[in-house]
Design a protein around this ligand. Structure first.
Ligand code: FAD
Length: 407
């Protein structure tokens, strides 16, 4: 059995950054990264954007060049799944039965794409958009001439995939169970804008309706909605969220319900076991200390850095500023802060001009900004969020008043 000073589970954004940051902090012990993916650490955001569009090949997705990991003396074990954690023995077990000892364990396993639980959810041609294999299968369908895609889920990933598929000239029907897209993450103005935009681009958008079942023999040929309508299609893209990949940790006794619970220094309830990224439920200062999971590159990256510092004796509470982006068509959305619990949303600019912002307030203070094709508002608005500035909403709505004037 081998033993490593640090074992990192997951080779995504959090896992890769944990290894990088440990070495940057001067950590000299042995590091092993174990990942289910067969490809060295790569960026996920392009999967629903440039990679699906065929504009960015795999080599340009890699977080670091392939030789980087060996150069930094970080061992990569790819194509392997950790199935068990033994916190008493300080060991993990792989699917193969092999056991590996750890001094510290960093769990950065992200989440598994939520599957359709209805009949037909397992059929060929039903695609998740979580890892590179998922998108490679979609690309195979595209190359084989699939024309009509039904996208299930109007969150960022579903909308981004729909935008690319339209750009590729495919017919797209998008089904969203709630009465607006981006319901979980954005205010109504932003939802309404993206709905109009996707319709303008030719997406057949269906809101407030569910999926009863998927039809087909081996391969999907249609989607039956809850009102009985059947939409014939060549392929289905499912973007309905993730299930945090924390099974082995929870089975080992780690506390957690929605993901695994971590302290402000990203420590789980198990000794010498940390968790970062999509799977880590943490108290977030930008959400008034509420325990939340964030699904963003920024969060995975910065939590990983927090853990690396902590392992190197520089423990600091996780307090990184949250930001996010999404690209659809020629629209670049940039988000600063978290709008959780907002009580007012101010529209700044005219959505018809395809350049505007939505500024979220709570108790009169700015807590988040969504800026569409308006980088200046993002940059300046971010400062308002950081300072929790109190501003008159009428001033925020006035595009002739730069946001920087309110600091
Ligand atoms: P991941 O990057 O998902 O990495 C987890 C890794 O762990 C995976 O490689 C997985 O295979 C592996 N794994 C899981 N279980 C095990 C196990 N038991 N044993 C071994 N390995 C395991 N964020 C943004 O900020 N902006 C965007 O525009 C954006 N777009 C996105 C588009 C897509 C298509 C996707 C899927 C995500 C997007 N995100 C975006 C979210 C962002 O990519 C995630 O928040 C980020 O990848 C989280 O990092 P992570 O390390 O927690 O998990």
């Amino acid at each position: 059995m081998t033993r490593h000073d640090v074992v990192i589970v997951g080779t995504g954004h959090g896992g890769a950054q944990a290894g990088i940051a440990l070495r940057q902090q001067g950590f000299e012990g042995s590091i092993l990264m174990i990942g289910r993916d067969r490809v060295p650490p790569y960026e996920r955001p392009p999967l629903s954007k440039e990679y699906l569009a065929g504009e960015k090949p795999l080599e340009r997705l890699l977080i670091r060049p392939e030789t980087f990991w060996a150069d930094k003396n970080i061992e990569l074990m790819l194509g392997q799944t950790v199935t068990k954690v033994d916190p008493m023995a300080h060991e993990v077990e792989l699917g193969s039965g092999e056991r590996i000892g750890y001094g510290r364990l960093i769990w950065s396993a992200g989440g598994d794409a939520r599957r359709m639980s209805c009949p037909g959810g397992h059929l060929d041609g039903v695609h998740a958009v979580r890892d590179i294999r998922d998108v490679d299968r979609m690309l195979e369908d595209l190359a084989a001439g699939a024309q009509h895609f039904v996208v299930i889920g109007g969150g960022y990933i579903g909308l981004e995939a729909a935008a690319v598929l339209r750009k590729l000239g495919r017919k797209v029907t998008l089904i969203e169970a709630m009465d607006r897209v981006l319901n979980r993450v954005a205010g109504e103005d932003l939802s309404a804008f993206y709905e109009a935009e996707h319709r303008r681009q030719g997406v057949d958008l269906r809101l407030g309706i569910g999926v009863e079942r998927l039809t087909g023999e081996d391969r999907v040929t249609g989607v039956v909605l809850t009102d009985g309508e059947e939409i014939a299609c060549d392929a289905v893209v499912v973007g309905i969220g993730i299930v945090p990949a924390v099974g082995p940790l929870i089975a080992a006794g780690a506390a957690g319900a929605n993901g695994v619970d971590v302290s402000e220094t990203c420590h789980t309830s198990l000794e010498h076991v940390y968790a970062v990224g999509d799977c880590a439920a943490h108290p977030n200062v930008w959400a008034n200390g509420a325990v939340i999971r964030l699904e963003s590159v920024q969060n995975a990256h910065d939590m990983a850095t927090t853990v690396a510092k902590s392992i190197c004796g520089e423990a600091q509470p996780y307090a990184a500023f949250p930001w996010f982006w999404s690209n659809q068509y020629d629209l670049r959305l940039q988000t600063a802060g978290l709008n959780i619990g907002y009580d007012e949303a101010v529209l700044r600019g005219d959505p018809a001009e395809r350049s505007f912002s939505v500024i979220y307030l709570k108790d009169g203070r700015v807590i988040a900004v969504d800026a569409v094709n308006r980088t200046k508002d993002y940059v300046q608005g971010r400062k308002l969020v950081e300072a929790r500035v109190e501003v008159d909403p009428a001033d925020l709505a006035d595009v002739d008043k730069p946001l920087k004037d309110f600091r």
